[in-house]
Write a protein that binds this ligand. Sequence first.
Ligand code: HEM
Length: 470
Amino acid sequence: MSEESDERQTVSGTGGSFVPPYPARPELEPSVLELIQLARQSLLSVWTQRSFTRPWLKLTVLRRLLFICNSPQTVQEAFVRKHAIYERKSPQMRHALEPLIGDGLFVSDGETWRRRRQIVAPIIHASRVPAFFPVMAETIAERRAAWSVRGDGASVDMLEEMAHLTAEIICRTIFGRELGRDYAAEVVESFTAYQRHIDQIDILSLLGLPDWIPRFRSRAIKRAVKRIDTVLEEIISSYESRAGGGETSVIGGLLDARDEDGRPLSRQAIRNEAAVIFMAGHETTANTLAWAWFLLSQAPAVRAKLHAEVDAVSPDGDPAFEDVSRLTYTRAVIEETLRLYPPVPILAREAGQDDRIAGVEIPKGSIVMVVPWLLHRNPTLWDRADHFEPERFLGAARGGQSKFGYVPFAIGPRICAGLSFGLTESILSLAMLARAFDPQLEPGTDIQPVSRLTLRPGERLPMRLRARGG
Ligand code: HEM
């Protein structure tokens, strides 16, 4: 197994950068049983230091081969060149999310995925972001006003604050301003209830049992799904009766959409795709922002540069859409946050046929993964890989990076359909809130990354809202 030193990415180091927390790395490879045990607590605790530098990793969990593409070449091979073989999501992911999103884009494959992707991607594509921008800016301004009311030094759970902010933004984007506002709390609560009860580690699938064997679904999950169904049904009906009022919204786009044969989406498909966009677009962005606030609170020099930029780019008010492209340092802070704490730290697929990657036999049904958590901290790809240094995403340093070694939004045909939306939302939120506030970590707080479905800073992120320039 050769190390791939030719792929090393040069980055400009900055003095005074710091190493934010990551779980201890075991010296020895854990046994399969230890692995399952560790993985149930957090999917980040299972990797040894060596795991980060190996171009691929392979293990057999019970009867299934698990292969990890861990170099830019193997990532490109599986997720881009051989997309057709590896487009199917892992059974664990499908079983965790199917009750919630049915045949929605995020878990579908084959013809269903292709057709849905063609319909859904344009509705949230980069070219639509300017139309959604006013809703984003308005929602962020409301949150900032609410912080001002709470006063200088108020204690908040920043994870919860960011979860509410991004949920409000995505709800108003999907359902339009008015309905989004009315139903946001119910949508958030019903999805949260669902997520509390699912477990990504689906032992039946790891044991190699086929898909048709029914999975146990607790009454709590069924109740949560029923609640989501009811609220989505109610919103879609209200939307139809009000006819949208000419506002750009995802639901309007889904109702108007026609497939390549000119057919509209079924009611069930509209419900599923609305659920996909809410699920995919809410927690990922919330976690990114929460981590960004944490990192900034620990890095005074980075904070000073960010403040200088946000103050200079729109001195007389909030950034307009055109200003976002000038917030280059703020963008670098977000990109570095996504490198260190990728909200989706593991991308897992199922091999649709027998194959071979990097000379290794991959039997049909094997799980093939790309693990952003490993790639993004690989010291043969990144200098000072565990350090927080937004400068690596600026200027010439940025150009030296392999796009297959940095995959917070995945890569290939299944790349995040809301990439531009999520990046713009994150940059704008940070810029608008940092104009007025400089949140500090509550003294004595120990923050550790935890990963189940997404990677988050534990259950809470206690911070104090310090007003800037006041
Ligand atoms: C910082 C924010 C975000 C991150 C890091 C992120 C990351 C990802 C990743 C890694 C995937 C692929 C998952 C996999 O292959 O298993 C994905 C898929 C997806 N994301 Fe995002 N996402 C973000 C924001 C958003 C937003 C705001 C939306 C919607 C407005 C969105 C919509 C989607 C959709 C629809 C898919 C499924 C694409 C497909 O399977 O064809 N995401 N996202």
